[in-house]
Design a protein around this ligand. Structure first.
Ligand code: ZN
Ligand code: ZN
Length: 629
């Protein structure tokens, strides 16, 4: 009973009783009156006054008063006092035990709660339904299995509260099967049990099943809606998040902070700026308080939707910024390749006395990697370890490998990976492989690819990179070997998908897509652009195409990469000065990068592309990444 500081002192705390001013204190007040008064107590001083009366008039052995007093102390946050009272009671009954177990459990003192339960059984006191529902609040799934059998033993497993507690426990612990079994055999279901079950599906990605359950709930409260809305947002289904949010508004339910945070995350995932602005104005018009959490989510959303100006405006407006707010703004600058701004903000944050976290360092190291700032990156990496005592994680190594690799320090990057105290993941090794391709280092590239394959970490990206590496060196046998492996293993390239928001609607395109209603116009526009590009001296980089086809087909397959369809659609459906904003699921290929630069030059349009790694701002023939991505 000593794992928490709360229970170190077993002696009665030195109570200072305030003087009693009430005239009724002269007569001996009946216990019922004191019970009534204890129920009305709202602070420690009031409880201490009643406690003094109880002692003065010899009521300390009254079991109801003892129970009320113990409960009152813990209810105003003085668990130590209620614990001392409990310890001084000779034969505590089930109510006293349950109350103290509940108080411990509610504050997360899981060991203490379980120890009290064992002590209670040893002393021959039988638990009741509330003992179980109190214990279930804090326990882990392994304790839960034992408690479940205890509940069966004492005949409480059919109780709605106990079942809901168990269901919640199994759901949180990831045991979907046990949770489902309990749920299916429940004689009656409360909104709480339904919500617990819904949380359990939604949490483990079984969204369609969760949705079916959600649709069956007749009177949904805001918690129910939040679970489903957040489930979609967390599992990368932003369109469903927003659809459900609209339904929630239609159902005349008032969203709370949790709903808003999920919706902001969904807008960020979609990268849809108009939608983002609509949600922001909804927040303002409906009096949702922009506290530091909502503000930080707004910054993150605007950053991901490509509007650093809006992100910065929100950032400036937040009073009481915390480190997460700073991280969000620094991360947004880094993602857009505004490296100097990111580092400037980092200095400002440190000079204001904020202590940077590991997330802050991911932001600034990324900024250095995107800006090719090798010496600054090295200094920050050292600062993180030596000054702030932060152990670098695989993500930090990823930024460093990216920084060193792109700058051509391939061996140094590889040495850094070898010296890591964590296992490299596929992203980290893939980053180095990508740098090998950039610098045409076949030897190291092969070594890294073999490492990825032998550790079962190879993805379609690994083979595409390796094949491109061989192709750029003119090693066609190598290309053929990679292609054979891919065919053998049944590896297919993840399809590219780009989206663009026009008139509040998000339009999605796959490579070579013909499904869009304006398909014909889009392809006519693409052809027109290609003619103009060729007149401008452009020739397609067909070595980046990984198909067993002739050059003409390779050229055609590049020509219909998803972002080009989205850009062409943007050009025909927006007014001449509008910036075209594209979101792509994969990294932009170097041919599309060249083409987008040229399009920005010949059409005079600004084009912003968010790919898997970062933002590219194309303007008048150049890109903000400096061709370094
Ligand atoms: Zn491309
Ligand atoms: Zn770029």
């Amino acid at each position: 009973m000593s794992s928490s500081p709360l229970f170190i002192s077993q002696s009665f705390p030195p109570l200072q009783y305030p003087p009693l001013t009430s005239p009724s204190s002269c007569a001996r007040p009946p216990p019922e009156r004191l019970v009534f008064l204890l129920d009305k107590c709202r602070n420690l001083t009031q409880i201490l006054q009643i406690h003094a009366v109880i002692l003065r008039h010899g009521h300390e052995n009254n079991s109801i008063l003892s129970f009320k007093l113990q409960k009152s102390y813990s209810s105003v946050g003085h668990l130590d006092r209620s614990f001392t009272l409990f310890r001084r009671t000779e034969d505590p009954n089930v109510f006293l035990y349950t109350d103290i177990i509940n108080a411990c459990s509610s504050r997360g003192f899981r060991f203490e709660a379980l120890e009290l339960y064992v002590q209670m059984l040893t002393q021959g006191v039988e638990p009741n339904v509330y003992t179980f529902s109190s214990l279930l609040k804090s326990c882990l799934i392994k304790d839960g299995i034992l408690l479940h059998s205890q509940a069966i033993k004492f005949g409480f497993d059919g109780d709605l509260f106990v079942r809901t507690g168990l269901l919640d426990l199994y759901a949180k612990g990831g045991d979907v099967v046990s949770a489902r079994n309990l749920f299916d055999t429940m004689p009656e279901r409360s909104l709480i049990s339904l919500t617990a079950m819904l949380t359990c599906y939604a949490k483990y990605g079984e969204l369609d099943e969760a949705r079916a359950l959600f649709d069956r709930i007749e009177e949904k409260d805001v918690v129910c809606w939040n679970v489903m809305i957040d489930g979609y947002a967390q599992n990368g289904r932003p369109n469903d998040t927003l659809l459900l949010f609209r339904q929630m508004l239609k159902a005349k339910l008032r969203p709370n902070e949790i709903t808003i945070l999920s919706v902001l995350s969904a807008c960020g995932q979609l990268g849809a700026l108009e939608l983002a602005k609509w949600v922001h104005s909804y927040i303002i018009n409906n009096g949702v308080r922009v506290n530091v959490h909502v503000g930080t989510a707004l910054i993150d959303m605007y950053g991901k939707c490509g509007s650093l100006e809006d992100a910065r405006l929100v950032f400036e407006g937040i009073s009481g910024k915390d480190v997460v707010t700073w991280n969000s703004m620094i991360g947004s600058y880094a993602m857009h390749g505004f490296s100097k701004e990111a580092l400037k903000l980092f200095d400002e944050m440190c000079s204001l006395g904020f202590c940077p976290t590991d997330i802050t360092f991911i932001g600034v190291l990324n900024a250095c990697a995107h800006g090719g700032m090798v010496s600054e990156g090295k200094k920050l990496f050292a600062l993180m370890r030596d000054t702030y005592n932060l152990k670098p994680k695989v993500e930090h190594y990823g930024c460093m490998v990216n920084l060193l690799g792109r700058a051509g320090h391939l061996d140094e990057a590889y040495e850094l990976i070898k010296g890591m105290n964590v296992d490299p993941d596929s992203i980290l090794l893939g980053t180095l492989l990508s740098a090998c391709r950039l610098h045409g280092n076949i030897g190291l590239g092969e070594e890294i690819a073999n490492l990825l394959i032998s550790r079962d970490l190879a993805t379609d990206g690994t083979f595409v990179l390796l094949s491109n590496l061989y192709a750029s060196a003119g090693d066609w046998d190598g290309v053929a070997r990679v292609r054979a492996i891919m065919k053998d293993k049944g590896i297919r390239k993840e399809p590219g998908c780009s989206s663009i928001e026009v008139n509040n609607k998000v339009h999605e395109f796959l490579a070579g897509d013909l499904r869009h209603p304006k398909s014909k116009e889009i392809y006519v526009k693409l052809e027109e652009i290609e003619k103009r590009l060729k007149a401008h001296g452009y020739s397609p980089q067909i070595d980046t195409v990984l198909h067993d086809v002739g050059d003409r087909e390779k050229e055609q397959s590049l020509g219909v990469h998803s972002e080009r369809l989205a850009i062409a659609f943007g050009l025909i459906s927006t007014t001449p000065n509008t910036t075209i904003k594209i979101v792509k699921n994969l990294r932009v290929c170097s041919d599309c990068h060249t083409v987008t630069k040229l399009i920005s030059e010949i059409t005079g349009r600004r084009i912003v592309v968010r790919d898997r790694n970062r933002f590219h701002h194309f303007d008048n023939g150049t890109c903000s990444c400096g061709d370094y991505w």
